[in-house]
Design a protein around this ligand. Structure first.
Ligand code: HEM
Length: 408
């Protein structure tokens, strides 16, 4: 029996969503490109899945990011998680402009290029450690989790050094961050992780105020303490955003990008043979691997027509960047990884005023990571059946739980 569903009766995204979101979006793109769903968190949301609609929506000032304006008057958020909200991804101009301006200078391509030697050194030391562990255990199976050993510590170390956050608490931070971004964590788990982060950041700020240094955190504290550029909750939320956005996404570019290369051996060999392809390859890997499933929440204060569909006022809108990057109307043969293709115009970093501040850093990290990994371990291979790989239960993040590889 076939069941018919009213066109805009929200459909649950379903169990298969986490494990294969791109197939779910491909169906929507073909059949119902602007559609209402129930997210894994149990919320109703509108998804926009075609490239042209996605680009237009990301640049449309009628879609607001400041969903805090939707709250009933007098609403007070839970204090342990409320501080996580006051950042630029939840702000419209002029607050967004003010907050973004405070950090933009630190991430220009010129400033980021100056980090190249340090990122290369961090990459080399991680690759050395992987090679040393293999050499120390010649009888072992040579299998490592590429995320634990490489894809996570590389961007995490870089963003911590840039901000001026000491080593040590990174594993704990990884756990909190994964809970905050999980779509299946309970509210108590979310609150506990948020509370732990709050205490951690408060301590960090006190330490930094006592001993300022030449780092981004000290510069933000100076901005906070010497003028009215941002208040204390905004300062805490800024650190949270930079730290989470600075690693959660790049981890997945490196890990999922490596998986894509391993699944396309001819592209792997092509890149290894010709490192001059690296900058273009990173763009294609961003398009193909999609570290984020969709952009962060937006909503329309007034009813808004998108692709012939009327989205009601106040309902959450998710602009599905990963779907746009696989739209055959924009990228021919979109499910084929082709490191030589012109992938410019992909929306993995978003578009419009919220376009990723960290894009130059992420690109450089990707280039150095893929270049280093392929040069050092040309015999790299997947150590498990691809069907055994599991994806994280997050609506936003498109990332593997682990990536077992054999170093070769
Ligand atoms: C491969 C890595 C990365 C990807 C795929 C990525 C993706 C994105 C996307 C799609 C947005 C826009 C979200 C929206 O409009 O809702 C964004 C914004 C942002 N990203 Fe990234 N990002 C990456 C790396 C980084 C890094 C390394 C940083 C460093 C701090 C960073 C910091 C930010 C910030 C602060 C914003 C907010 C910008 C604003 O609201 O104006 N990202 N990112």
């Amino acid at each position: 029996m076939t069941e018919t569903t009213a066109p805009f009766e929200p459909k649950p995204l379903g169990d298969g969503y986490f494990q294969d979101p791109l197939s779910v979006f491909a169906r929507m793109r073909a059949e119902s490109p602007v559609t209402s769903v129930i997210t894994p968190e149990g919320q109703r949301a509108w998804l926009i899945t075609r490239y042209e609609d996605v680009r237009r929506a990301l640049a449309d000032p009628r879609l607001s990011k400041d969903w805090r304006k939707l709250r009933a008057p007098g609403f007070v958020p839970d204090p342990s998680v409320g501080f996580l909200m006051a950042h630029m991804l939840n702000a419209d101009p002029p607050d967004h402009t003010r907050l973004r301006r405070l950090v933009q200078k630190a991430f220009t391509p010129g400033r980021v290029a100056g980090l190249r030697p340090r990122i290369e050194a961090i990459t080399a030391s991680l690759l050395d450690a992987m090679a040393a562990a293999r050499a120390a255990d010649p009888a072992g199976d040579g299998v490592i989790d590429l995320i634990t050993e490489f894809a996570f510590p590389l961007p995490m170390t870089v963003i911590c050094e840039l901000l001026g956050i000491p080593d040590g608490d990174r594993e704990e931070f990884k756990t909190w961050s994964q809970v905050i971004l999980s779509s299946t964590a309970t509210f108590d788990e979310y609150r506990a992780a948020g509370g732990a982060m709050y205490q951690y950041f408060t301590r960090l700020l006190a330490d930094k105020r006592a001993a300022p240094a030449d780092d981004l955190l000290s510069a933000l504290i100076t901005a906070r303490d010497s003028g009215d550029s941002l208040d204390e909750p905004e300062l805490l939320a800024m650190i949270f955003l930079l730290l989470v956005a600075g690693h959660e996404t790049t981890v997945n570019l490196i890990a999922t990008g490596t998986l894509a290369l391993l699944a396309h051996p001819s592209e792997f060999s092509r890149l290894r043979a010709d490192p001059s392809l690296l900058p273009g390859a990173v763009e294609e890997l961003l398009r193909f691997a999609n570290p984020l499933n969709h952009a962060t929440d937006r909503y329309a204060p007034e009813p808004l027509e998108v692709g012939g569909v009327m989205i009601p006022a106040g309902e959450p809108v998710l602009v599905v960047t990963s779907s746009a990057n696989r739209d055959p109307a924009r990228f021919p043969d979109p499910d084929r990884l082709d490191l030589g293709r012109d992938a410019s115009g992909h929306v993995a970093f978003g578009h419009g005023i919220h376009y990723c501040v960290g894009a130059p850093l992420a690109r450089l990290e990707g280039e150095i990571a893929f270049g280093g990994l392929l040069a050092r371990f040309p015999g790299l291979s997947l150590a498990v059946d691809p069907a055994a790989l599991r994806w994280r239960p997050s609506s936003l993040i498109h990332g593997l739980e682990t990536l077992p590889v054999r170093l070769g």
